[in-house]
Design a protein around this ligand. Sequence first.
Ligand SMILES: [Zn+2]
Length: 196
Amino acid sequence: MTYPAAVPRARRAANEPPREFAIDRTLGPGRHPLLAVFPGLDRLPAFSAVAKRHPDGEKDLVRVAIELVSDDIWMYVAPTARPPDAPPEWTPVIAKDADVIVVGLSHLRESPAILLYLDILHELCHIAQRRRGLDLWDRRYGYVDRPTEVEAYEFVIEEARRLGATKPFLREYLRVEWVSEEDYQRLLDKMGLSEG
Ligand SMILES: [Zn+2]
């Protein structure tokens, strides 16, 4: 018995970034150009999509700097001043007049590429929002209701779905440690990822 000659080729793993996404995981602490950490990021369609949300577009978005720090963190946009409700134990990198995304060195060195891909897009969304005049630390909202977070999460979830990411993966991706179980469920709801 012969099976069809066209055996399905090995499919790309479901939870992978685009093939062209590159990471230099060897860089040391300090400030680096965005494209030194993620070479070629500016040639990916998702980057252009974020740039469309930025008033000055791609030419400005590529100027974002990445600051690698040894703190055990994922990523955040360096605020221009200490956010009023920042937890006392947190000493954020402050960048007064530059667009800086702070990235934990261990995140850069060890995390699966898809996580770095989605995280950097999320933070670039925030850079674009800040340039549109939005407050990234708007205290009128809790984290999962803040319009800037909802937009950034919607953007990356849509991109991940386009890449074929699975629902269990996305549910897990949204489980961040600073969100209560109740808020986590609401975030899943907003992203259309609730169980059932
Ligand atoms: Zn965010």
